[in-house]
Design a protein around this ligand. Structure first.
Ligand SMILES: C[S@@+](CC[C@H](N)C(=O)[O-])C[C@H]1O[C@@H](n2cnc3c(N)ncnc32)[C@H](O)[C@@H]1O
Length: 230
């Protein structure tokens, strides 16, 4: 059984009927068009080109994926998610968008086993993933992502920011009104805590901060610590 059961709500599998009625779009947070376009535009502004290989960890039903797939050259989009029903919904979204010819590679995995793709990536992205994960699970994710990053590669991931480490009180984030917690989903993290996670995975943290996210998620960038390359 997956060790993730109970950590967040994404263990629940959507039914075919729910997917038929596009319930998956709300299940991953809604704002379907807005958040899809925002993600792609952010990565383009940060250097994504059609020939790059992109891994989307926690890709869900491809809210961003559909846009990335349209932009990237054939075969350059890779998505991993814990939830098989969301991956199936994503495949339907790709088909309905007329993008099957772009041949995205999508896998279901509950241990962030990015090595299963047999690729190294110029960019890795996670939107609204760390917001649903506890510290030690994020460290696992960062370790696995690092192993699949090209030396010049960057892993962009969003998070809810806390003002200081061990911020035990709930935080109400505006705009959006999302309430985050120190030890329950949705989670918040301080910059110091993110830096600690990065260090544990031999990555360097760069805080991008605001990127116009409608619910005030911030952006972090992780790159390979040069002195850690042997
Ligand atoms: C809020 S949704 C965001 C999905 C997508 N990034 C987007 O922007 O639409 C969070 C996603 O993270 C996935 N997720 C949660 N825990 C995970 C884990 N341990 N491993 C992989 N994916 C996970 C969920 O299944 C869900 O698809």
């Amino acid at each position: 059984m997956s060790t993730m059961k109970g950590v967040n709500a994404y263990f629940r599998q959507l039914s075919d009927e729910e997917i038929k009625h596009q319930a998956h779009r709300e299940f991953v947070g809604g704002l379907w068009d807005e958040l899809g376009e925002l993600q792609l535009n952010f990565l383009i502004q940060h250097g994504l080109k059609p020939h790059h290989k992109l891994l989307d960890i926690g890709c869900g039903c491809l809210r961003g994926g559909v846009h990335y797939i349209r932009y990237l050259d054939e075969g350059n989009y890779f998505g991993l998610d814990i939830n098989a029903s969301l991956i199936e919904a994503g495949k339907i979204e790709v088909e309905q968008a007329g993008l099957s010819r772009k041949h995205p590679t999508l896998i279901v995995d509950d241990e962030f086993a990015c090595g299963r793709f047999g690729e190294k990536f110029d960019f890795i992205v996670s939107v609204s993933l760390f917001t649903h994960l506890p510290f030690n699970v994020i460290v696992r994710c960062l370790h696995r992502a690092r192993e699949s990053l090209l030396p010049h590669g960057i892993y962009y991931s969003t998070f809810f920011q806390a003002p200081s480490p061990s911020h035990l009180d709930p935080i109400v984030h505006q705009p959006g009104g999302i309430v985050t917690k120190y030890d329950a989903d949705p989670f918040h993290y301080s910059i110091e805590e993110l830096a600690d996670m990065a260090k544990l995975a031999k990555l360097e943290l760069d805080v991008i901060g605001d990127w116009q996210h409608p619910r005030n998620q911030k952006m972090a960038a992780f790159s390979i610590l040069m002195e850690s390359i042997s």
